[in-house]
Design a protein around this ligand. Structure first.
Ligand code: ME8
Length: 502
């Protein structure tokens, strides 16, 4: 049985990770955790992109040997993923032999098929984006200096012998693929720009450099190293390492600025190599910080550790996916995070859990429901009725929409507590009070199952308070509804899940 295979981009090791990198990786993790909780076999791949001119220059500027430098920064990414509870199954570095061998194998394959041929590149190059830039796309800066359209940084003029990849031959097949697989380009709103780019006609692309030494040598022609993007894209396939149950990837999650590499060049490379294509490429939007683009000159990169020190890992994960629909751009600010933290986490969810757990403790003496209460109006049933829609949204990578539905349920539960006033019932109708609290606890167990992929630590704390015994694994919403809740333990009052921030 094939595993559900989800990937993040391989991040450049020229600098430390920031919230942009955390964003993509948390999203991939939520998807992976969500599918695992539903019993699927999942494989989450991430890693680092370590070759090429940009890294060579960064290592030099740091006064380090290339590989030492890469080791150090790659470790920072890996540590951050541990800190953020990213459940990655594999971490690939493009300097690993298992990868380099496959890059050479694929390069040779395309040389043999005639898809790679020797020529000469005369033109512009953007080191920041590691991309060849068409003369007509360059932007004229002060003093007539040509700047990269994306990076805004001065371009280099290259003139060197190179190998070309025959991208131009794949336009019609790519268009046919987009047409036959409308889910391939996501979100759908970004598909037309790719189709238009391909319809306008593709040019062959240079895939080797003679002036850059830090790269995978072209097999049999070691004057050349393989172009860093050609090298890095192959990681998705090299990491699969020929395993029968992995390739093709189900979804590549990437930022919008590298959509073309993944939606045009990568599938064309796979077509040329006769390999199956991934199921989908999803391009999400970009974060600005306090209204500004993150940049070296502004020095406004947000350090994820700083945010988690103040708000905790789970609130950070939550905020990233809650703030804007996956696919749109958004702005990161401490004020916005604090607002959501207090309103949605401390108030809506945290208070609800404390209130219900405290009442169950006081009025039921810790006695727990063995079975969900019957009756159509039980709020646990109404909550459960949303499970299908929530699943469908996460499956479509609509994390924001899924959280919206979960919070609708949480708000309904809050309203239900206020309407039923169990603290009054405790004095007037003990049976009804028990029933209402049973029902609320069931509902919260369902909610805990839903939020686990987003906030694994808080979901576990919540489950402990709600008396969900976690053996062998955390219960999912589906388990709870299926009556697995007979495996429950004692309600345990605990500290506030999200203490208010003043
Ligand atoms: O492009 N907002 O690596 P990279 C949202 N090595 N996401 C952001 C972001 C922001 N402001 N900044 C970065 C590369 N990202 C290549 C990829 S893949 C074979 C090679 C995220 O270190 C987003 O996922 O520049 C973006 O695509 C990625 O980091 C770029 O990381």
């Amino acid at each position: 049985m094939k595993k559900y295979f989800v990937t993040t981009p391989l991040y450049y090791v020229n600098a430390a990770p920031h919230i942009g990198h955390a964003y993509t990786t948390v999203a991939a993790d939520v998807l992976a955790r969500f599918r695992r909780a539903r019993g699927e076999r999942v494989h989450l791949l991430t890693g680092t992109d370590e070759h090429g001119q940009k890294i060579e220059e960064a290592a030099k500027a740091a006064g380090r040997h290339n590989l030492d430098f890469c080791d150090q920064t790659s470790a920072k990414f890996r540590e951050l993923w541990k800190h953020l509870d990213i459940s990655f199954d594999d971490y690939i570095r493009t300097t690993e032999k298992r990868h380099e061998d496959k890059v050479q194998e694929l390069f040779s394959r395309l040389q043999k098929s005639g898809d790679i041929y020797k020529g000469r590149y005369e033109g512009l190059y953007d080191v920041v984006g590691e991309s060849y830039v068409k003369e007509s796309d360059a932007v004229r800066g002060p003093g007539g200096v040509l700047l990269g359209p994306e990076s805004g940084k001065p371009l280099q003029r290259l003139s060197e012998e190179t190998y070309f990849f025959r991208l131009s031959a794949y336009g019609p097949r790519l268009l046919e693929h987009y047409r036959a697989h409308p889910e391939f380009l996501a979100p759908a709103s970004r598909a037309p720009e790719i189709a238009r780019f391909v319809s306008d006609g593709l040019e062959d692309i240079s895939v080797s450099r003679t002036k850059v030494k830090w790269g995978v040598p072209v097999p049999g022609d070691e004057q050349h190293t393989i172009y860093v993007w050609f090298d890095a894209l192959i990681n998705y396939w090299s990491a699969a390492g020929g395993a029968q149950d992995l390739w093709p990837a189900d979804v590549h999650i990437v930022g919008k600025e590298i959509f073309r590499f993944h939606a045009v060049i990568w599938p064309a490379m796979l077509m040329a190599a006769g390999l199956p294509l991934p199921g989908r490429v999803f391009a999400h939007g970009w974060w600005t910080v306090e209204g500004k683009k993150m940049s070296k000159s502004l020095g406004n990169f947000v350090d994820p550790y700083e945010v988690t020190r103040e708000f905790g890992v789970d609130a950070f994960r939550y905020f990233l996916l809650r703030e804007m629909p996956f696919g749109n751009d958004g702005d990161f600010s401490t004020a916005a995070l604090k607002k959501r933290y207090n309103a949605e986490l401390a108030n809506d969810l945290g208070n609800l859990v404390s209130r219900v757990v405290n009442m169950a403790d006081s009025y039921l003496g810790g006695e727990l429901p063995a079975k969900a209460p019957e009756g159509g109006d039980a709020c646990s049933r109404r909550a459960a009725a949303r499970a299908g829609d929530i699943s469908a949204r996460v499956a479509a990578l609509d994390f924001h929409g899924a959280l919206e539905l979960i919070w609708e349920t949480i708000r309904e539960l809050n309203a239900h507590v206020n309407e039923q006033a169990p603290w009054k019932l405790a004095k007037t109708d003990k049976d009804k009070c028990a029933l209402v609290l049973f029902d609320l606890i069931h509902s919260l167990r369902v909610v805990a199952g839903w939020i686990e992929p987003f906030m694994p630590r808080k979901a576990a704390e919540m489950q402990a308070q709600l008396g969900v015994r976690r053996f062998p694994d955390a219960l999912t919403a589906d388990d709870v509804l299926a009556g697995v809740n007979s495996r429950t333990g004692q309600i345990q009052k605990g500290p506030a899940l999200f203490p208010r921030k003043e």
